[in-house]
Design a protein around this ligand. Structure first.
Ligand code: ATP
Length: 359
């Protein structure tokens, strides 16, 4: 188990700067997930922690010790890749035992570690098979098992489930959560899968173009995003954004005029001058379709998914579009007239600079 501290981590590939000074403290036993759009630097940051990438600036501390110049194998970390990277000519047992053999551990010690990890991962019956005789999920378990036997201070995962089909991903996700509870080891995990991030993380780190946009517990990020980027990145379908203009502000309440002419009351603590441009954010599941003084809209598409129905609507008199998660048992039709609104506490307000204006 270990703390990981990153201060001012910078990295460039040639002239292209990909990490612009990352500061992050990861607590002992914490499960931290890096998310962000493709190319934002998630994997590079993980590989830098691991020691597979040199950094141009900053410090990496593991349990208070600076490891910038410590080779990967001596950092006390174990990395699990998307590609599994198993040795094809070795059995599962040999794959899992390999690092311990290299480290000169005794045979009995190796045997105990491999069998214990195999038991944890429920792959005891597969120990004599070779990787090609395993399913994708089983291979991924072996890759994790190979990391577990080394008893690393920190596990690093780079999109470990993305080669698996949907149902296996769910199963492995639940197993990873269980593994984290059992081992209580620090885990750092890169994914572009929002559900993995939301369900596995103690804290999510949202990266964008080599910078941290926000760090926080999953629901904190979901319900109180610091800015438009984080608000739009977490959640599927994404948060709806409507552009508007402050008409008046009084004692923490503002009236916002929207494209199309409707007006909406919102909560904003700090004074806002009339004429200021804002963006209102509303999640699809928070929108009601029969609001008093709501925003008039017309449905142009309906998607029935069984557990929910998504309505795609256009705000009348504008080009603004809104997605609503609606009652799956009600009747919805293209062309239907809606009056959109949301509870005051569910309407997010973002200022001209894209930052959240707290209620
Ligand atoms: N070996 C390399 N040489 C040059 N550029 C690289 C190299 N590896 C990564 N990059 C660039 O660095 C940036 C960050 O890449 P990185 O792989 O960290 O992104 P990512 O957030 O993990 O993306 P993805 O979700 O697509 O895996 C990208 O612009 C990428 O093109």
């Amino acid at each position: 188990m270990a703390q990981v501290q990153l201060t001012g981590i910078r990295k460039s590939y040639g002239a292209q700067a990909v990490l612009h000074g990352i500061d992050l403290d990861i607590a002992d036993g914490e499960f931290v997930v890096f998310v962000g759009p493709s190319g934002c630097g998630k994997s590079t940051l993980l590989r830098a922690i691991c020691g597979l990438e040199d950094i141009a600036g900053g410090d990496i501390l593991i349990d208070g010790t600076r490891v910038n110049d410590v080779p990967p194998a001596q950092r006390g970390l174990a990395m699990v890749f998307q590609s599994y990277a198993l040795y094809p000519h070795m059995t599962v047992y040999e794959n899992m035992a390999f690092a311990l053999k290299l480290a000169g551990k005794r045979k009995a010690q190796i045997d105990e570690a491999v069998r214990k990890a195999a038991h944890t991962l429920q792959i005891e019956a597969l120990l004599e098979r070779r990787p090609k005789e395993l399913s994708g999920g089983q291979r991924q378990r072996v890759a994790i098992g190979r990391a577990i036997v080394r008893q690393p201070a920190v596990f690093l995962f780079d999109e470990p489930l993305s080669n698996l089909d949907a149902s296996l991903r769910v199963q492995m996700r639940i197993e990873l959560a269980r593994l984290h509870r059992t081992l209580a080891t620090t885990m750092i995990y890169v994914t572009h899968d929002q559900v993995e991030a939301m369900t596995l993380a103690d804290r999510i780190v949202v990266l964008r173009a080599g910078r941290i946009e926000q760090v926080g517990a999953p629901l904190e990020l979901y319900h109180r995003p610091d800015n438009l980027f984080v608000a739009g990145f977490l959640g599927a379908p994404p948060m709806n954004f409507l552009r508007g203009e402050i008409r008046q502000w009084n004692a923490g309440q503002a009236v916002v005029a929207l494209a199309g002419g409707a007006q909406l009351m919102v909560s904003v603590a700090a004074h806002m001058a009339p004429g200021a441009h804002v963006t209102l954010g509303m999640r699809p599941e928070h929108i009601v379709t029969d609001a008093v003084d709501g925003i008039p809209a017309t449905v142009f598409a309906v998607e029935r998914l069984g557990e929910g129905t998504y309505l795609y609507a256009t705000v009348i008199g504008s080009t603004e579009q809104v997605i609503v998660r609606a009652d799956p048992d009600a009747t919805w039709d293209v062309g239907q007239y809606l009056l959109l609104g949301a509870p005051l506490a569910r309407i997010h307000v973002f200022g001209e600079n894209g930052r959240r204006c707290p209620p």
